[in-house]
Design a protein around this ligand. Structure first.
Ligand code: DP6
Length: 315
């Protein structure tokens, strides 16, 4: 019986992706730049079965995204019915990119179990078809994803050990996010008067973000990342009906990160389609950053992560 298990880490974008140029092929409208969260992981096992079954975090589910993705894959490859079991060691569906690590691990596991012979770039293409940000989770370190026609080039900009940064994740809610990324992006494109401006600003931010990462220029990266985050949430707020992912604790955390910077700590924030805040800092101040976020009103807990490596096969 054919089977394989793989894991992948979630990633967080510093220059954000929010909007597609091609819905069917899931091509992002702009390039994006992300870091890999090495201390969080999704582990996925696939095995030949009698019917397609998906088990996420020990619960059997009907997952429309995974079903559609398997249907696409079967147009190109002859695959038997599959049992997919996937679990994450961090809260799912809350803006912590479990679909990114999930599709990356799933692609790697299927590719290995059924000898699909996919190159890393082809794996990134398949993972991206499942979730735009998933193409980035196959690589480690600092990763760029750049749309090119009907594909996307995914490349590592810096390795996981090149720049000693650390991430603190302030958990500010125990609820799943209200609107998923795919539906939210469509709504923003269709209704926000700011959408075109967002696309222009993001392409520029990608170029300067890439330079800042290559030069390991913390101050520049902090400014570019926070601006990209705020611009994405401004686009979300200007969508009809409004996409409001932040809560009071998210705002409290933004204030605390700003205060920390005023106090001389090298730290900046970013927030995805959920209320949790991720603070990126130099590893030397990571403990202080975590301790101060733990003291913020409304914060349930704080997770810690270093920059992580690529997705891996476990056998
Ligand atoms: C806010 O990759 O989850 O995290 O391609 O529709 O599956 P789909 O979207 P997804 O969106 C990620 C959105 C984001 C920003 C980012 O990671 O770049």
């Amino acid at each position: 019986m054919r089977t394989a298990t793989a894991y992948a880490h979630p990633n967080i974008a510093l220059v954000k992706y929010w909007g597609k140029s091609n819905d069917e092929l899931n091509i992002p409208a702009t390039p994006s730049l992300a870091i890999t969260l090495g201390d969080l992981r999704t582990t996925t096992r696939v095995e030949e079965s009698t019917s397609d079954t998906v088990v996420l975090d020990d619960v059997q589910v009907q997952d429309a995204k995974i079903n559609a993705w398997l249907a696409h894959l079967r147009k190109q490859f002859n695959l038997p019915p599959l049992r997919v079991e996937s679990s994450s060691d961090f809260p799912a569906n809350s803006g912590l990119a479990s679909s990114a690590s999930g599709f990356a691990a799933l692609t790697l596991a299927i590719s290995s179990a059924f000898d699909l012979g996919l190159s890393l770039q082809e794996q990134c293409d398949w993972a991206r078809l499942g979730s735009g940000s998933a193409g980035r989770s196959l690589h480690g370190g600092f990763v760029a994803l750049e749309p090119q026609g009907t594909s996307c080039r995914v490349s590592q900009v810096l390795g996981e050990s090149d720049w000693d940064l650390s991430i603190a994740i302030a958990i500010t809610s125990d609820r799943a996010k209200s609107t998923g990324s795919t539906a939210g992006m469509t709504a923003s494109r269709d209704t926000s008067p700011f959408y075109e401006g967002w696309l222009r600003a993001t392409s520029e931010a990608f170029d300067s973000g890439l330079r800042a990462v290559k030069n390991m220029d913390f101050e520049a990266l902090a400014q570019i990342s926070e601006a990209s985050c705020r611009q994405m949430h401004a686009l979300m707020l200007s969508t009809e009906p409004a996409l409001i992912y932040w809560n009071a604790a998210t705002l409290n955390c933004i204030e605390e990160v700003t205060r920390m910077r005023d106090d001389g700590l090298d730290v900046f924030y970013t927030i995805d389609a959920g209320s949790h805040l991720k603070a990126v800092c130099r590893a030397s101040v990571a403990k202080q950053v975590r301790d101060r976020l733990r003291g913020v009103e409304g914060v349930y807990s704080v997770l810690a992560s270093n920059i992580g490596g690529p997705a891996q096969l476990l056998g």
